[in-house]
Structure formats: C-alpha cells, structure tokens
Ligand binder design. Structure first.
Ligand SMILES: *Cc1c(COP(=O)(O)O)cnc(C)c1O
Length: 369
C-alpha cells in the first residue's frame, strides 16, 4: 500500500519521525539474549525518567487499553468498591473495564467538556468510606480536557489514602505528570500518542502501595500479570515475546525526549496547544471545553457549527487537504471534531490545518470569522 504523507492529526496514532522509523528496522535479536537485556534495561530506565518515578515500571506489548487493564486486575479483587470519576468516553471505558472484572463501581460523572471536580471526589470519598480505589483519566482525549490531577491526588492520596489508578495515555510524555510527585499509584500510557512511535506498547508504573494491594488482589490475570513482568525484568526479559522493533523505536524516542529535556517538551506542547486554540477561535469556531484553563495541550475538541455536516467536513479535509482530523466519540460523534497536537508536531503542521479549515468551512456552509 502506498500512502502519501498526511498531516495526521488524530490524537493517536501520531506521526513517527524518519529516524525513529529507521531505528525500528534494526536487525532482529533474541529476546532472551544479552542485546535484549541491554535494550529493555535502558528503555525502562529512560521511561522512569519520563514518568519522574522511582516506582517499578513495565513495558507491555499491547495497546494502551491493555496497560489500563493491567492496572485494574493487578490491584483489585471482584467486589472491591471503586470510585470512577469520568467526563468522557475514555473515562467511561476505564470504568467499564473495572466493572467487567467484577469491581463494585461507584460512578461520579461530569458533563463531557467539563473537568473532574476534586471537591466532588472529596464528597464521594467522605460519603463512602468503603471505597478502596479511585480511577481517573488525566487527559480526556474524547473532549480535549485535562483534569486537575494534582488536586485530585491531594484528595485521594493526601486526605483519604486510597489507591489512585491513572489513565495517562494521552498525557504522559507531553504534559507534566510527575508520578512520584503527584503520588500516583498505578499509571498507564501508550506508545502511539506522545512517544512518537507506532501503536503496540503500553508503559505502566506501580508504586509500593500498589504492590501491597497486588498481594491481596484476586482479579483473574495472565497476560497482564505484573508480578510475572517484575520477575522477568530482573533478568532483563519479558514473560512473553515482546515487540522488539517497537522497543528499538522507543529507545530512539527516549533519546530524543531526554536530550530535549522534559521541561522543554512540556513547554512545546503548551505552546502548540495555545496556538491551536487561538487559531481555531480566530476562524470563528467554538471549543468544547467549558473552562479554557482545563483545555488540553495534546488535543483540541471543536464544536461543529450549526448546520455543518461533520463527516463531510472531515472527508474534505482528508481527501483534498491531506489533513486527517478526528471525529467525536460516543454521544459527541456528530457534534465535535478534534485536532491532535501531541508527539511529533510543529506549529507549521497546525498552521496547515487552520489554512485547510479556512478553505473548507465555507464549502460546508460556515463562514470563518
Ligand atoms: C487512546 C487512549 C486510550 C486507548 O488506548 P489504546 O491504545 O487505543 O488502547 C485510553 N485512554 C486515553 C485517554 C486515550 O487517549
């Protein structure tokens, strides 16, 4: 298949730089041999720097969802009471996973486009002392909202000392998330969002308190058994055959990120987030996010103007401008579209999107402001 260069603005997968593509073509090695030992040991150490953690960290061969599933099944038992704070489709999916494994889930829902309110989390934990763990999504990709994780953690860990499980799939490596500093027990992210590599790896961190929970947890697990991952990692291996090519890519991506410095990476994402929002508003479009101080610096969700056909808008962008936008998810599928701006992305990429929108919008019945 011959696919021309696209301006791929889905919030994952994201574009892969050429040198990372090249790195992934490194010759195959024995995943039980000395070269692999070196590779996984270095990649794990590099990821711990990006996570800003001393906790155990594991690289799993799966998409982000597998990483999230590993957080749940390794720390909880069927019947455990869990508080799930969500304001979008990824938060809902995290909750559904816990439910599927038999957790007794207490729902704390917010409007899609709003942020999780730490005060409501406090009230919920106060009202139900039986809650053992809290599930939260750091950056809700479906709505373009970054929830106030430090404040949520202050309540969950600081005041109530519950287990905190974090979906950081579209934030880690792009937005500040010091895992130890913010006291996050179990955190999962994935390769194809902020890490500039293709889909297929998940990265998870596990705190000492999470290991204590793990010792009692009885949810069924096999492929995602983190105790097995820990035992193997001591020997520089993984329990099952890992995606070696993606690990080469990861090593190359980590070199890039750490060479740039994470503070600079965060500043770059903050800049491009602002640039995107200002550009979109200048076209006369409206953001979904209710309070812009919670606007995500990795993905922007935009309301489809009255009378505009979302799928026509996006297919014109794709077919005529080579700009691949994302639609909405779940109940927002027709009413928003999204621009991903995470990982390997520049202002020029976003300017191209804005220029394309300026040309397309009049043709779908909206006159840019
Ligand atoms: C993309 C994403 C996921 C799902 O990850 P997969 O790699 O598709 O399994 C989960 N949560 C968030 C916040 C995401 O952005």
């Amino acid at each position: 298949m011959n696919i021309p260069r696209q301006n791929l603005r889905t919030p994952g997968p994201t574009p892969v730089p050429d040198d990372i593509v090249d790195a992934m073509g490194t010759p195959m090695i024995d995943h039980r041999g000395p070269e692999f030992f070196e590779l996984i040991t270095q990649a794990t150490a590099g990821l711990k720097q990006v996570f800003a953690t001393q906790n155990d960290l594991f690289i799993l061969t799966s998409s982000g969802t597998g990483g999230l599933e590993s957080l749940i099944v390794n720390s909880l038992s069927p019947g455990d009471r869990v508080l799930s704070a969500t304001a979008g489709s990824f938060g809902d999916r995290f909750r559904e996973m816990a439910t599927a494994y038999g957790a007794d889930v207490q729902r704390l829902d917010f409007e899609w486009g709003d942020a999780v309110d730490p005060e409501a989390v406090r009230t919920a934990l106060h009202d139900d002392p039986g809650i053992k763990a809290v599930l939260v999504t750091h950056n809700e990709t479906s709505t373009g909202v970054t929830h106030p994780l430090p404040e949520i953690s202050q309540v969950v860990k600081g005041e109530f000392d519950k287990l905190l499980l974090v979906d950081a799939v579209s934030s880690l490596g792009c937005l500040p998330l010091p895992v130890d500093g913010w006291n996050c027990d179990l955190v999962a992210t994935a390769s194809q969002k902020g890490f500039m590599i293709p889909p297929g790896l998940a990265f998870v961190s596990v705190s000492p308190a999470a290991w204590e929970a793990e010792a009692e947890a009885t949810m069924p697990r096999f492929y995602f058994d983190l105790r097995a991952a820990r035992d193997y990692l001591e020997r520089g291996q993984t329990p099952f055959t890992p995606n070696v090519a993606l690990l080469y890519g990861l090593q190359s991506a980590l070199d890039k990120l750490l060479e740039e410095g994470m503070e600079s990476v965060y500043e770059r994402h903050a800049d491009i987030g602002r640039f995107t929002r200002e550009g979109v508003k200048a076209l006369g479009l409206e953001l979904l996010v209710d309070d812009e101080s919670y606007a995500s610096n990795t993905v922007t969700a935009i309301k489809v103007p009255e009378g505009v056909d979302n799928s026509r808008l996006r297919s014109l962008a794709h077919n005529e401008e080579n700009v691949v936008l994302a639609g909405g998810q779940g109940k927002l599928s027709n009413s928003i579209f999204r621009i991903g701006h995470l990982g390997y992305v520049s202002r020029e990429d976003i300017q191209e999107v804005l220029d394309a929108l300026a040309r397309i919008l009049p043709r779908v019945g909206f006159n840019p402001g």
